[in-house]
Design a protein around this ligand. Structure first.
Ligand code: FES
Length: 104
């Protein structure tokens, strides 16, 4: 598994709203298929058949512990770029969580 792990929901709501486009983007952008890890170890991903419980934001992914939805390939590109700057559990990641908690 990569430093970041992505689960792409392929269940009905996400599928209807374009999960296949997101899947194609993931394969092209990362250069690996579902279930594989990028050579540099930064990301792994998997297409999951089960609903992740966030249909209102379809199509969506779970990136580490966070959900990201209403995805387009462009939006996903930005999310992956930002994630690549941080490691899960790092000080940066904890600072971001703390900042988000204060604003919610
Ligand atoms: S179908 Fe994707 S979150 Fe429910």
């Amino acid at each position: 598994m990569g430093r970041h792990h992505i689960r792409l929901c392929m269940s009905i709501s996400c599928w209807i709203r374009g999960a296949n486009q997101i899947k194609d983007y993931m394969t092209r952008h990362m250069g690996v298929e579902s279930g594989e890890t990028m050579k540099d170890g930064s990301f792994s991903w998997e297409a999951v058949p089960d609903c992740l419980g966030a249909c209102e934001m379809a199509p969506m992914i779970q990136l580490d512990k966070d959900f990201h939805g209403n995805l387009t390939p462009d939006k996903l590109g930005h999310i992956l770029t930002e994630a690549s700057k941080h490691s899960p559990g790092s000080k940066d990641d904890e600072t971001k969580k703390h900042r988000n908690a204060k604003t919610n």
